[in-house]
Design a protein around this ligand. Sequence first.
Ligand SMILES: [Zn+2]
Length: 146
Amino acid sequence: MTTELPVPIPRVEIHSTLRSAREREGRYRLVGSRCSSCQALWFPRRFVCPRCHSRELEPYQCSHRGTVVTFWPDTMGFPAIGYEEIEDRVVALVRLDDGVHVITEIADTPAGRLQNGDRVRMVLRRQKREDTGNWCYGYKFEKEAG
Ligand SMILES: [Zn+2]
């Protein structure tokens, strides 16, 4: 008799619809936090300032324009849970015009047409499939024309 080990199922992130709903301000409008004590800007939002440990943070509307610092194709050998139906994802580190850094997906621009230093702007797109089957919408960035 042979005993087969169960095949491990890779789980990189567990999607929670409730958490998605709580984070919608950040996802739809890039709302992060500004520390009232040291003025540091944070995205995603924080409840405690990582720099000065103050709990006095207020919502902050991040800039919707920025510059690509670096980018990479999102290939781990298997699609992340919720992203199975989205092909050729390109993920980038974008420095917004107010200095906030955001890791984001690049929409409508294949990796071959993207360069470090490209100007990008925020757009609203489908991000991932929730465990309920609904699409979760949120920010991505696309290359600015010209
Ligand atoms: Zn602070």
